[in-house]
Design a protein around this ligand. Structure first.
Ligand code: PEP
Ligand code: CO
Length: 457
């Protein structure tokens, strides 16, 4: 049986454990030098921001806020440009507006960005036409092209990833600190293709809602004779899978006048479904950091294992510390989730439950293209809300792979994308994402669930 981690923790104590999903580098000295350099570079986030997010997540766990976590499955270094950053931020802003307006709750926006560069894979190698090379593990490790040079795990990419994360975050911070983020001007978040004919109904619904928000704002400002200047800035937090432990370790530091260590590469790292072994290196690393953390929970999770995992990762029951991101698949959720919810309830601990309706619902088309069906995604979300509600538990968040881009990666949705449409704009090199239109449809669907909860329906 797996033995949970005990004993003295340090940012490097994970190295005594088995670390799944790590690349094999051919030059250990080069790797050590790069990790040393990374450790000298300034942090990307601060401990104050991390604490603020933990407070918001605690609110979401209590049902007073809702977590919206979304972004690419895997960021690409080459995509770090104005357009893709703005588009992804716009879709998060629009979705959060829809969710906040219907739920009348704070929406905690967390991007899968500024560090979502390392990917777990099912095999260490890939073979094509008799040639075997290391598998692509994300842009922070190697490149997706199928040549020995591109597939060589290159330590320098850790630095390139950190730099891109910093550039991404810098731009996002600037956009969120005024102008773009001003709730008085939500037209800033519109996307060029929103008023195309196939989007029209949804666009009208969105415009109408934005109009009502604007009216309410102006009404309140007129009545109180003040300008709600606070509404011109927003909080957007970052998250990524804490998969590549040397990258995480390098940015894990003590901060002045506080106890403990913070991972300052992101606000909210999570442990993936494939690296949550109780006796493994990832659990060892995560147990010692002060950040709020997420753990993906798939269908193989047993209630007892979940309790043991919580003993290690959530011993103090600190509000906002632990988010369980469940991803079972629409057909499995009803068979697995209730027992896990009840186990957590018996433990007396509070967690934030968040639904990832993407990763349990990945399928391949007859042509071998990875996709997800919009209806199946919706089915898992709807089941998740009703199971939690039925057991007196709270579903306080949603975790989505999405893009503000007009891609064709998931089938279904209002426009009825079919398997044969996927080739038109399939850009993801890893998992299929919801496009802007599908993401907004899901936001409206969740908003119905949230407003239903508010009125007790
Ligand atoms: C992911 O979130 O991209 C991912 C790999 O998820 P999971 O660990 O749930 O499979
Ligand atoms: Co993914």
């Amino acid at each position: 049986m797996n033995q949970p981690s005990t004993g003295t923790w340090s940012p490097t104590s994970w190295q005594q454990k088995l670390a799944a999903q790590q690349p094999v580098y051919d030059d250990p000295q080069e790797l050590t030098a790069v990790v040393g350099k990374l450790g000298m570079l300034p942090p990307l986030v601060t401990s104050w921001e991390i604490d603020k997010l933990r407070g918001f997540l605690a609110e979401a766990a209590a049902g007073n806020a809702f977590l919206l976590q979304g972004g690419d499955c895997s960021e690409n270094l080459d995509d770090c440009g104005t357009e893709s950053i703005v588009r992804n931020l716009k879709v998060l802003m629009q979705m959060s507006l829809v969710l906040a307006f219907s739920s009348m709750k704070r929406v905690v926006r967390v991007g899968r960005f500024a560090g979502q560069y390392a990917k777990p894979r099912s095999s260490d190698t890939e073979t094509r036409d008799g040639v075997t090379l290391p598998v692509y593990r994300g842009d922070i490790v190697n490149r997706s092209g199928f040549t020995p040079t591109e597939r060589r795990p290159d330590p320098e990419l850790l630095l390139r990833g950190y730099e891109r994360a910093a550039l991404t975050l810098n731009f996002i911070r600037a956009l969120c600190s005024g102008g773009f983020a001003d709730l008085h001007h939500p037209e800033n978040w519109e996307l060029g293709f929103m008023n195309e004919s196939h989007n029209l109904l949804q666009f009208q619904r969105y415009k109408e809602m934005v109009g009502r928000i604007g009216d309410s704002l102006r009404f309140m400002e007129a009545v109180h004779n003040v300008a709600f200047s606070q509404l011109s800035t927003v909080d957007v937090f970052t998250s990524h899978e804490g998969l590549h432990l040397l990258y995480e370790q390098a940015q894990t530091r003590p901060v002045p006048r506080r106890t403990g260590y913070f991972n300052l590469s992101t606000h909210f790292p999570w442990i993936g479904e494939r690296t949550r072994q109780l006796d493994g290196a990832h659990i060892e690393y995560f147990r010692g950091i002060k950040n709020p953390i997420g753990v993906k929970v798939g269908p193989s999770m047993k209630p007892d294992d979940l309790l043991r995992l919580m003993d290690v990762l959530h011993p103090e029951n600190e509000p906002g510390r632990l988010t369980l991101i469940h991803r079972f698949g629409a057909d499995k959720i009803a068979g697995v989730l209730p027992d896990l919810i009840q186990a957590v309830q018996r433990s007396g601990k509070t967690v934030l439950w968040c639904c990832d309706p993407m990763h349990g619902n990945t399928v391949s088309t007859d042509g071998g293209v990875k996709t997800r069906n919009y209806d199946t995604i919706v089915r898992e979300i709807t089941s998740a809300f009703s199971i939690h509600r039925g057991l007196g538990s709270i579903l306080g968040g949603i975790h989505l792979e999405l893009t503000g881009d007009d891609v064709t990666e998931c089938v279904g949705g209002a426009r009825g994308l079919k398997a044969t449409d996927l080739g038109r704009a399939y850009k993801s090199v890893v998992d299929p994402r919801l496009n802007h239109e599908q993401a907004m449809e899901i936001a409206f669907l969740i908003s119905e669930q949230l407003s239903g909860g508010r009125t007790g329906a």
